[in-house]
Design a protein around this ligand. Sequence first.
Ligand code: BTN
Length: 338
Amino acid sequence: MATKRMTDLPGTTDRRIDALLTLLAENSTIVISGAKIAREIGATRQQVWGWVERLRALGVRVKGHPRTGYHIERVPDLLIPQMLSHRLYGTAFARRILHFFKIDSTNSVAMRLGESGEPHGTIVVAEEQTAGRGRAGRSWTSEKSVGIYSSILLRPPIPPAHAPLLTLVAGLAARDAAAEDLDAQPDVRWPNDLLVGGRKFCGILTEMHAEPDRIHHAVVGIGMNVNQTKMPSEIADSATSLRIETHRIHSRLELLIRLLRCLDRYYNQFLAEGATPILRRFAEVSTYFKGKHVRITTASESFTGMTAGLEPSGVLRVTRDDGHGIVPILSGDVAEAS
Ligand code: BTN
């Protein structure tokens, strides 16, 4: 099949804005002249001025003007590719990072990139999504610059039947990354919702294009509520953010770096050693693994039962309350039942 790489994707943040921010952030204690910035990032002084104004409009506190030079008052918590890629050196995710200030859905972009032949490890990240998608056709609230909205394009050499394990791998990586920022241990609700105090702060949408015997590409889309001070009223009972839980502001940049480093480690371990270490880790960190009374809601039915571990493929086993024995749950909603 002929494929076309989308090297200059419309709407991605200009690489030179990325370079400008990185330069200012790395020299945050000194004033740098407009001419020097222009030279270093390959732009005109006029362009630098225009971009500084744009960054200011986004809330980045840049002091100064073209004559005196610029300096940044506080390093902004933006998910800028250059800052990410330096810190992801040695992982599969350092090479191709696409950043958007605003996009409909990072998963939709990453799926299109997968079709057009972009490489394994490509990352799509946005400050804001206008049509963030959740599982089962739900939407994902994606307010500007307070959450992580990121999709990872993978080309795993595994059959589609093993895809549930990929979903677990992503959930474990997000769990380990968030655990360092929380005072309480986060729980993993099968397959990969992250909860703290019983409320969800991270969801993962895995989508893929597969043939019967191989996965063409998979996209793991991660949405994490980080610095929201309040959740929309319709989900406030069931959703939370790291900031709501800890009363502290968290660095989205540091979290995403940790998440991608953990993902790289779990993913490589999964390819090298298979499912066993992944299932073992899930059993260690999830109260949903075994002995949890749950309500399962699938497209066709809703029933209660007791969780009974995972199958080697990552599928959840549930002993039904209605006496119909142990059943595998391939997909559907899992909720704690009383
Ligand atoms: C869920 O329903 O729990 C999954 C939510 C997944 C949301 C993320 S945000 C980044 C990526 N882009 C999307 O449109 N969805 C995922």
